[in-house]
Design a protein around this ligand. Structure first.
Ligand SMILES: Cc1ncc(COP(=O)(O)O)c(C=O)c1O
Length: 160
């Protein structure tokens, strides 16, 4: 994986399902509700906790709007997919870029050291773009345990 996302085409089953159950019902509102319910059931959370959007950029765009409106920093590994960092910059917020560690892996200790009382978002793309390195779940849990309760963790996870 690099700045171009994925080399495989969508599965023919996915294309058939989109044509039949998605585009085939595009004249109706709220066709997304059954998907939200299934996702909520799968993750054992209320439907209010599930947002479905048009790709991840939509969410990467409004995470800084939601959490940095009154100020605060965003901590990001670097290099990484920089949409939220760019949005934060246009808002005049501080972007703390933490260089990747050995072999392009995220340096959790260094990332955690970059957190301050002003940190409102820590962002992680997994697998990372442009390195393609995938971080183990344990590392992500370590990272989450180090952030303040009122900060947000954005995990930009590419599903396969
Ligand atoms: C890590 C990462 N996040 C988000 C995106 C954008 O995703 P989407 O097309 O779902 O908005 C890309 C696209 O290359 C990406 O590499």
């Amino acid at each position: 994986m690099s700045l171009r996302a994925w080399r495989l085409r969508p599965s023919p089953k996915a294309i058939a399902a989109i044509l039949e159950n998605g585009l085939g019902r595009a004249n109706r509102y709220n066709v997304i509700d059954p998907l939200v319910e299934l996702l909520a059931q799968h993750h054992g959370v209320p439907t209010d906790n599930v947002l479905v959007g048009c790709g991840s950029t939509e969410f990467l765009q409004f995470t800084p709007w939601a959490f940095l409106g009154d100020g605060g920093d965003i901590v990001v590994p670097s290099p990484s997919y920089g949409w939220s960092a760019g949005v934060a910059e246009t808002m005049g917020r501080r972007v703390v870029r933490v260089p990747l560690g050995e072999g392009g892996a995220v340096d959790v200790a260094r990332l955690a050291k970059a957190f301050t009382r002003e940190t409102r978002i820590v962002y992680l793309a997994n697998p990372n773009n442009p390195t393609g390195v995938e971080e183990p779940t344990g590392l992500i849990e370590d990272l989450l345990s180090g952030i303040a309760a009122d900060a947000a963790a954005t995990l930009n996870k590419l599903a396969r």
